[in-house]
Design a protein around this ligand. Sequence first.
Ligand SMILES: [Zn+2]
Ligand SMILES: [Zn+2]
Length: 277
Amino acid sequence: MMPRVRITLRGPFIVISMQIITIGSGSDAGTPRIGCKCAGCRSRKPKDNRLRAALALKKKDEHFIIDIGPDFRQQVMRYGIDYNNIEASVMTHAHNDHCIGLWERSALTMKQVRALTVYSHPQILDYYFNQNSSFYYLKSSGFVVPKEREPNKKIKTKNFSFHTFEVPHTPSFLGPTLGLSFENKKFVYIVEASKITEAMKEEINGTHTLFMNGTFLKENLFSHISIKNSIPILNNLDVKKIYFIGLNHTEGTQEQVEKYLKPYGYKLAYDGMKIKV
Ligand SMILES: [Zn+2]
Ligand SMILES: [Zn+2]
């Protein structure tokens, strides 16, 4: 009998970095808002012009989209994202500003492009794909492929690996809100949350880059923890880089908020911001 030989391959392996493109950094109705004359809306500086919060992660030529809001079409065009190179996407929660752009995958375009895989919580998928006839049509025609995320279990697509965790934000009838953690805490995304729970602290601790809800600067409002109230909690956690995202038009300009964040070493995301992790 031949002796069994175990061959272990060890050696240099290539780690492919991931590019994070902020394709939207605003809150539910963007900035400037229709008819509003506040300082944020009056600003003509490019960084104060915010589409609804969403990200495009890029690895090789493939994209992974986080949230598909009403600006999805414009975001795809502006940042040169090829529909056929969208490997997968996630809807973080059932508020319209994170999901309603799915209709851009409608029948007229879908004959030429590949189906969109959308991961989310079963309750969110049910709300959109079974209770709304337009989205039911997208699902039943195979233009969009909804996939239930398995709680706290690693999901692997061709180029990306991630898991989801639940964060408090939406009323229970809409289902929970999902936080996302990519590639062993390389990147954690919490777009909206009313507080930072103990379980969330565990997810955040040890992260390289965190994107955190930054809708309101000082006051907790409408199920959003403010930047001011997040800071002392985040200061006690081990995170290399922190960016706030989702600034509401009422909360000032990019320049003003960046000035507020500077002493802490944190930053505010803006449309078009590209970073590598
Ligand atoms: Zn305004
Ligand atoms: Zn929301």
